[in-house]
Design a protein around this ligand. Structure first.
Ligand code: KE4
Length: 430
């Protein structure tokens, strides 16, 4: 399906916006071609600038768990906006939202709203540093926590344990306090703590990684993080910006019964509006100004329109939704596996709930070193073939695809049919 209007808009956009997009992954650089410009969306369907319709498996990178333009969410936003769009002052809605989040996440005793996941993780780490009086932060290769300088860090070379910048513009000094470890590598993390435990302020982890593709934790991995943090006086931070309210209404921690010291939420918690959350143990969160010495602020933090979308969305995260998402996830997983087998293409499908990735490498994928060995050329062919059949799949091997409550068994069956066709083309591509 060609979309000439999108191509025209993309050329115009590139004159005024870097890469023509307001966030890099949207530019389709990893898969080729030019991005589809969206005109509207409803339920599981996107309508692009020239009228072409797609079944959406990105869901705005996770937020749209109820489907696009949910009538109750749209009504709540409209009603809130008519009362004023921003006050820069406390509102009852923010109290209700804080109490609702606490009811869903027992590990969160106090919380703050921010306007993005990046702000939430940046603030959580600053608070952990203030609480412990330490500077070093540990992250895992392949995990993404937003674009704060000290999180755009990759493993140093050789024996170097401290990170090096993973982006231009990040000073060496910003990377110096960040150490990286391999996801699912408990011995490696234990060695890091043995050598540096007294310096480590926090360990931040995506409990189920979405940002190298969907990579679940091995049994015991997250428990080891929590135990090592407790033993060495470091703060454990679950970055559930993607998994929060996605893998259960209480995130992955709620699905498996774990209790991190701090949690970051985003995407779904804001109902698709610019709202994210960081929070955790009361003793830690009471470090935050104006109560404590750690400064964090935001003009639009807890914005009333975003809060209205958030409350309306969270109120609809019921058991029936997750049962539906689990059934569709299993249907899609089984269908993609059968399509891989039928086409004779080497790959694996990894899924937790309604987060799913088709990897073009032999599974299981347990860490970045393995994920990064995926055949991204084959992924690009798969993406292009799916797009041409009206399936809007994430334009990167290293992203998760998402289902929503608006997806149906029939839509997923159609997607599986298209995946069989797309993978037959992949099999014959060089
Ligand atoms: P934002 O600043 O984009 O709201 O959140 C950053 C962030 C933090 N933590 C996790 C686990 C995340 O997945 C994200 C953002 N996710 C990406 C998609 N992988 C957002 C899409 C984009 O960057 O355009």
């Amino acid at each position: 399906m060609s979309d000439s209007r999108s191509a025209e808009l993309f050329e115009r956009a590139k004159v005024s916006i870097p890469g023509g997009v307001n966030s890099p992954v949207r530019a389709f650089r990893a898969v080729g071609g030019s991005p589809v410009f969206i005109a509207s969306a409803a339920g599981a369907t996107l309508t692009c600038a020239d009228g072409t319709r797609y079944t959406d498996y990105i869901g705005s990178w996770g937020p749209m768990i109820l489907g696009h333009a949910h009538p109750a969410v749209v009504a709540a936003i409209t009603e809130a906006a008519a009362k004023g769009t921003s006050f820069g002052a406390p509102t009852e809605g923010e109290v209700l939202l804080a109490e609702k989040v606490k009811s869903l996440y027992p590990s969160i005793e106090m919380l703050r709203c921010t306007s993005s996941g990046t702000e939430a993780t940046m603030a959580a780490i600053r608070v952990a540093r203030g609480f412990t009086g330490r500077s070093t932060v540990v992250k895992f290769e392949g995990c993404y926590h937003g674009h704060a300088d000290f999180l755009l860090v990759k493993a140093g070379s050789g024996a170097a344990t401290f990170g090096v910048p993973d982006s231009a513009g990040v000073p060496e000094g910003s990377a110096r306090n960040t150490m990286t470890a391999a996801f699912n590598d408990v011995p490696g993390l234990e060695a890091l703590f043995a050598a540096h435990g007294s310096d480590i302020a926090a360990v931040i982890v995506e409990p189920v990684v979405g940002n190298m593709g969907c990579v679940p934790p091995d049994a015991g991995f997250l428990e080891a993080i929590l135990a090592l943090c407790t033993k060495h006086g470091a703060v454990s931070i679950f970055d559930e910006v993607m998994t929060g309210c996605r893998l259960s209404s209480g995130g992955y921690q709620g699905r498996v019964g774990l209790t991190p010291d701090m949690t970051c939420l985003g995407k779904i918690v804001g109902g698709g509006m610019p709202l994210a959350v960081y929070g955790g143990k009361r003793a830690i969160m009471e470090q935050v100004a104006p109560v404590g010495p750690v400064y964090q602020a935001g003009t639009l933090s807890g914005n009333p329109v975003a809060v209205a979308a958030a409350l309306t969305t969270l109120a609809r995260l019921d058991a029936a939704l997750y049962t539906h998402l689990e059934a569709l996830g299993a249907q899609l997983e089984g269908g993609l596996n059968s399509a891989l087998a039928e086409a004779g293409v080497e790959g694996c499908v990894q899924r937790v709930g309604s987060m799913i990735t088709l990897f073009f490498t032999k599974g299981p994928v347990r860490h970045w070193g393995h994920a990064s060995s995926s055949n991204t050329k084959q992924f690009a062919v798969f993406h292009q073939q799916m797009l041409s059949r009206g399936e809007y799949w994430p334009p990167s091997q290293y992203e998760a695809a998402f289902l929503s409550g608006a997806h149906t068994e029939a839509l997923v069956a159609q997607t599986v049919k298209h995946a069989h066709e797309a993978l037959r083309v992949v099999a014959t591509s060089s």
